[in-house]
Each structure stands twice: as structure tokens, then as C-alpha cells.
Design a protein around this ligand. Structure first.
Ligand SMILES: [Zn+2]
Length: 602
């Protein structure tokens, strides 16, 4: 793996790709004036504050402050290194980097053992698929799938395959290709017999569903039996490459759609994901037979804030949806719950009612989290009985009291009032009581807060004059090389007052030593610090006049320098008071004189 890529290559990549094109793969962008706008992929939002500039080849979010060039976009979004982003972009631009990357093509160096496990899975995944769709041996399995409503399209998309009814086919197949049996056993593909130390295949005569990691490497299988063989689904064991608590089925395929729609659909099992995909719901993911973990949630949260939970509508499914929903809410997600009638699961529902109804009447008509709780807490209660009814109302009021938006509170209170013919006043009274009781209970304890995973910076407050002057100066320096040197001269060895601003102009002067022309996107690559990059993008997006008058320039410089003098004056005033306190009046007078001189120079 090469350590670095030559700078000309980086420049070539930057010039060959269009940031709007790349970002459009993840975000729906609309042109508005000179820029493009869309929903920010880095924080959940309902109105677009994310903008992309074609001229400057940079992006910026007014909501969360994310910003950068095409490299940093991929780095932040995919959680990859600069090198990996460069490789991805070079591929898109058909630029040969003339460096050798590891066989997985993902740019990450892995141990030979892991690489061997990945290679074996890739090979088998292709081979199983080939057996299913092209051979006589797999024909009965293919028919079985087609009879169950699978389409050829989804069989190809999900790389579904078939494992032969043989005890040692995979063992021989892999051994012939020099895969070590010990490693293949560790990869969960073959099993060692206790008695004689020979090996046999884990999966025999099963429909094979490969499981992929977030980069699209196949890392495990789930094999479904064709007949009455138990278990119905046989999964790969946990291995060095397959960790259930981290893997979400279909994540690598669903991710672009999740990003674009800013919405993911969480299913209970991978069969639901495939059935839903066939119905046009392409943003579906599922855990692999485990409950949701913190790692899953982090992965989801990096890509969207909105999740629709679509679990089986039976008792177990509803309980699981309630648990998953609460975990996601705690992580700052917005939750909807899609329900199906008669305790069906998504696959059964689609078979019975068709894909369109599933899209519109299940996914499209999902309940808000609160409406789901109305149903959830009703189960097992007989609301004709007064005791049950009162307990139910109390529970719902407690839930309503946790809502933060007044409009929502009001909406659900009215719903409750009308359903049980209670006056709104009475409910509001009781809600207040609950609120105070809960508050008293939690006093002194740490508050359970819904922390958003990404902190949204507060809107810019009114900033002091020197702050704005420095930003304006930087904005002009970014656009004009001569101006950068001119400002340096005018500062006469003084620095900017804001440390970050000073750091940026230090970088900028360095950049201009090597580059004759300003280039926003190239400069962003030049800056190492992410925080500084964000500030640069923020400044780049400011609207300023193309030309700066010499009066304007003098004013800005003056504001920068004055602030330093004002600080000096404050310092002197303290010294003066101290001198007076010590009755050193001649010293105090001398300081007073200095203050007068400083004030004059303002
Ligand atoms: Zn944002």
C-alpha cells in the first residue's frame, strides 16, 4: 500500500471530478442561483441548510458547520482516510494512480489471515450464486425461490446462491485453491471433526444469503434449508470478520438511499429487507438475529436521524419495536413505526397485498412514535374497565409530559381528550401535576437527556468588530494572492486576534508560496486541521464585494489593531489602579499618560 500520492495526481483528481456530481450521489441537490442546496447528510434536518458551490468546488452547512472540499466530503461521510478518498475519486475520474493497493481494493491493509478469509468468502459467494442461477444442481433451489416470490433481479442484487448437498465440496474447492483449512475453519466455512481431525462443510443443500460488511465485502452467510431440515436458517458463527453486533444487513447497498432520503427502515430480519427492496423500499436494513446494539445505532446515526421501524406486527415484534425505538430515541433519532394488520410480517404482507400497498399503506403511513405508544400501552388492557382506563390515561400523560414541543403536547392531549370524552382542562391539570412530580423526583439526579449525536452549533451571535474585520480580510486574502501579502504588510508584524484566524493566514501565506493562484478546494486539502477547514469554508461562503476599496481595507486593519490596543489599555488601567492602591502616585500618573497616548492612537 503506497503511503502517499503525488501532489500532481491529487490536483488532477480535483480538477477532473465535479463536487456537485459526487455529492449528488448522496444528497438530493437543487440548484438555486449559483449554488446547490439540499438536506445536510451530516446532521438530521427538515429544511435544507447544506449548500454546494460549483465555482469554488466546496460545500458548507449553515446548520452544523460541516464544510470542505470533495475529499473531505467523502472522508467525513464514509469515515475514510484522505488516501482512501483519493483512491475512490481517482476511480471515478478514471485516473491511474500507478500505485499498488491491496487485493481487497479498499485501501485498508489487513493481516494475511483476514485477507484470506475475505477472499474465500468472495470466491464462495460468487460460486454459490453461479450454482443457483446457472447449473442443474441448483435448479430446484432456484425454482423454490421463484415460487416463493423472489425475482431474478433480487436474486442477483443480493447475490443469493445455493450450496451443494455435499459433505466436502467447499473443503475441496478451497483446499485446491491453497486456502488453509485451519483458517477456513476459523472463517466458519468448514467444521473440524473431533474424532479424526478431518473437515466437513458447514452449509449443505441450503439457499445461501451472503452477508456483506459496510464496504461490500462478503463476510458471512445465512443458509436457509429447502425442506424440513433444522435449523431453518443456519448462520455463520462469529468470526474475526463477522461480528453480529456491528453488522447491519444490506447496509452497503442501502446507504446511498438512506443518505438521500434522510430516512432508513429498520426490519427484524434480512428476508424482510429483501422483500421490501423488491417493493421499491431500498433503504431497508436489519440486524443479523441480534437485538440492536450501540454499535448499530452509531452506524445508523452517522447516516440519518430518521428511522422507520418495521417489525413483525405480532406480540414479540411489537415489544422489540418498543425496545429498539427507545434506544434510537435516546441516541437522538426521530422514530416512526410501520404497522401491518393481522400480525403479519413484511414478506407475508407484501405477498398478500402487493408492493404498492406496502409502500403506501405500511411504510408511507407509519405512526409517529407517540401514536405507536398509544397503541403499545393499550395492549393487555380492557379500557371498558375504569381501573384499566385510568391507568392507561396516566401512562399516556406521562409519555406526553416527556414531549418537548408544545404543539405536539397539545395535539396528543386533544387526541386523548376526545377519545375518552374528558375535558382538555382536566388533562392539562393532571399533566402539570405529573410534570412537577417527575421534576421533583429527578432533582439532584442527572437528567436523562436526548443527546443529539452531532452537536449543532448555535446561530452566530453578534460578533465584535475585530472578529468580523478579520473574517472579511481573510475572505479577500483567499480570493487574491496579492491581497494576502498586502494585508501581511499592513499588519506590521502584528497578528490577528482570533487564534484560528491567525492560523488560517499562516497556512494561506504558506500555500501562496507554492501556488500562484488562489484555489479554495486545493487550499482546503493543504490545511491539516478539520476545525480550521470548517472556518475557511464558512468564510468562503460569506458574500463580499469582489473589490475592496483602500478605505475599507484601512478600516478593517484598524479594527484588528485597535482591539489589541484596547486590551493593552485595559491592562494599563489595572496597573494604574494597583499603583494608586500602593500610593505610588508618580507611577500611576505615568501609566495614565501611557493610556492617553494609546487612546489617541485608536
Ligand atoms: Zn449540517
Amino acid at each position: 500500500m503506497a503511503e502517499r500520492i503525488a501532489e500532481e495526481k491529487i490536483n488532477q483528481i480535483r480538477q477532473s471530478v465535479d463536487i456537485v456530481e459526487i455529492i449528488s450521489e448522496y444528497v438530493q441537490l437543487k440548484k438555486q442561483g449559483r449554488n446547490y442546496f439540499g438536506l445536510c447528510p451530516f446532521h438530521g434536518e427538515n429544511s435544507p441548510s447544506f449548500s454546494v458551490s460549483t465555482d469554488k468546488q466546496i460545500y458548507h452547512c449553515f446548520g452544523c458547520g460541516a464544510g470542505g472540499n470533495v475529499f473531505s466530503f467523502l472522508m467525513e461521510l464514509e469515515g475514510i482516510s484522505f488516501l482512501e478518498a483519493a483512491v475512490k475519486l481517482a476511480e471515478k475520474a478514471n485516473i491511474d494512480l500507478q500505485v499498488n493497493f491491496s487485493a481487497s481494493g479498499k485501501g485498508k491493509s489487513v493481516s494475511p489471515e483476514i485477507q484470506s478469509m475475505l477472499d474465500a468468502h468472495e470466491l464462495l459467494c460468487k460460486f454459490y450464486h453461479h450454482l443457483l442461477v446457472n447449473t442443474k444442481d441448483g435448479q430446484h433451489a432456484l425454482e423454490y425461490l421463484l415460487n416463493r416470490g423472489f425475482t431474478r433481479e433480487s436474486i442477483d442484487k443480493f447475490q443469493i446462491g445455493y450450496s451443494l448437498n455435499s459433505w466436502d465440496f467447499v473443503y475441496k474447492f478451497l483446499s485446491k485453491r491453497d486456502f488453509s483449512p485451519e483458517i477456513m475453519e476459523k472463517a466458519g466455512l468448514i467444521i473440524k471433526r473431533e474424532r479424526d481431525g478431518t473437515y466437513f462443510d458447514r452449509f449443505r443443500d441450503r439457499i445461501m444469503f451472503p452477508i456483506f460488511d459496510r464496504n461490500g465485502n462478503s463476510i458471512a452467510f445465512s443458509g436457509r434449508s429447502l425442506g424440513a431440515d433444522e435449523p431453518k436458517y443456519l448462520n455463520s458463527p462469529e468470526t474475526a470478520i463477522f461480528n453480529k453486533s456491528k453488522i447491519l444487513y444490506n447496509f452497503h447497498l442501502a446507504k446511498p438511499s438512506i443518505r438521500k432520503l434522510q430516512q432508513g427502515v429498520l426490519f427484524e430480519g434480512f428476508a424482510d429487507v429483501i422483500a421490501a427492496d423488491k417493493s421499491g423500499v431500498e433503504n431497508g436494513i436489519a440486524t443479523m438475529g441480534t437485538s440492536l446494539t450501540e454499535e448499530h445505532i452509531t452506524l445508523i446515526r452517522q447516516n440519518t436521524q430518521s428511522i422507520t421501524i418495521c417489525f413483525d406486527s405480532d406480540k414479540a415484534g411489537i415489544e422489540a419495536a418498543y425496545r429498539a425505538g427507545n434506544m434510537l430515541i435516546d441516541a437522538g433519532c426521530t422514530i416512526k413505526v410501520a404497522m401491518m394488520s393481522d400480525g403479519l410480517d413484511p414478506d407475508e404482507y407484501i405477498k398478500k397485498n402487493g408492493p404498492e400497498k406496502f409502500r403506501n399503506e405500511v411504510i408511507g403511513a407509519s405512526l409517529t412514535w407517540m401514536s405507536f405508544k398509544f397503541l403499545y400501552f393499550r395492549r393487555g388492557k380492557n379500557l371498558q374497565i375504569e381501573g384499566d382506563r385510568l391507568a392507561y390515561i396516566e401512562t399516556i400523560l406521562k409519555e406526553i409530559s416527556k414531549l418537548t414541543k408544545a404543539v405536539e403536547k397539545d395535539h396528543y392531549l386533544r387526541q386523548l381528550a376526545s377519545e375518552f370524552s374528558i375535558s382538555l382542562d382536566a388533562l392539562q391539570q393532571q399533566l402539570k401535576q405529573i410534570f412537577f412530580t417527575e421534576k421533583r423526583k429527578s432533582n439532584g439526579q442527572t437528567q436523562p437527556v436526548n443527546k443529539p449525536a452531532i452537536v449543532v452549533k448555535p446561530a452566530n451571535k453578534l460578533k465584535p468588530a475585530h472578529y468580523n474585520a478579520e473574517r472579511r480580510l481573510i475572505a479577500h486574502m483567499l480570493r487574491d494572492r496579492d491581497m494576502a501579502y498586502k494585508v501581511q504588510d499592513l499588519l506590521q508584524g502584528n497578528t490577528f486576534n482570533i487564534d484560528e484566524h491567525q492560523a488560517i493566514i499562516t497556512y494561506l501565506i504558506g500555500f501562496y508560496e507554492e501556488h500562484v493562484k488562489p484555489d479554495s478546494s486545493a487550499f482546503l486539502t493543504y490545511i491539516q486541521d478539520e476545525n480550521l477547514r470548517r472556518i475557511v469554508v464558512d468564510i468562503e461562503m460569506m458574500s463580499i464585494n469582489e473589490e475592496i476599496s483602500s478605505q475599507e481595507l484601512t478600516d478593517y486593519i484598524k479594527q484588528v489593531l485597535n482591539y489589541q490596543k484596547l486590551l493593552k489599555i485595559k491592562e494599563k488601567e489595572v496597573e494604574q489602579k494597583e499603583a494608586e492602591r500602593q500610593s505610588d502616585f508618580s507611577k500611576a500618573a505615568a501609566i495614565a499618560n501611557e493610556i492617553i497616548q494609546l487612546r489617541k492612537s485608536l
